[in-house]
Write a protein that binds this ligand. Sequence first.
Ligand code: ADP
Ligand code: MG
Length: 252
Amino acid sequence: MNDTRPMIEVRGARKFFGPLEVLKGIDFSVARGQIVAVIGPSGSGKSTLLRSINHLETLDGGEVWLDGVQVNQKLDRRSFERHINGVRQQMGMVFQHFNLFPHLSVAENITIAPIKLKGMAKAEARALALKMLDKVGLADKIDAFPARLSGGQKQRVAIARALAMQPKVMLFDEATSALDPELVDEVNLVMKQLASEHMTMVIVTHEMRFAAEVADRVIFMADGAVVEEGSPAELFRNPKQERTRSFLKKFL
Ligand code: ADP
Ligand code: MG
């Protein structure tokens, strides 16, 4: 049955940067519609793991699967390029630093991929952009340029842009870390709304309260390994590992 197959599956993921082993055999899977929060100290490999899922980093060992298709499969160069472009269209990724094109309007930022990669007609792409902007509460900014937006608005545009590709999963890497504190909630609210619509999401975050509210499962990483995982209630209220306890103490 398609519905019981994990949406994302990572098996034995290993990654080195030179002599440094950054991922030491990570296993984890995300069910369809599930929200997984990944927490852990800076440098523990969270971003590398997320980037490995859509092959922005190439693993040295292990496998990544998206909805039953192996992402990091062996193919000749040209076939792999075609394959990975197809895979990436199915994964929306949102970074700490928005990465909007500054010389393009909000509409152009959102429509460029649907037009170029999916061959969508301009008018149809603009209608889609408007729909996605409406979702993130920014329909009135469709013709604005990024420089005129607040950080929270930029990040919401980045989310709308990812959603316009109608991805199967959304990956968030500290989407609110670069924001002024008063702008964090508006972005978190959009993520919560996506969660309520059963979008499959992996959320790397330093905000324990948000993780506890939004996630079905929390994964604690340290030193390139999964130390502990569980429901938010288990992991936050009753951590089993000393390493998890001492990490969480810093957030009390
Ligand atoms: P986190 O997101 O949990 O803070 P990262 O995945 O960014 O951790 O980094 C894990 C480790 O890998 C860190 O020690 C970091 O310095 C190192 N690292 C990350 N990217 C690179 C890179 N491109 N080259 C060399 N080292 C890297
Ligand atoms: Mg990181």
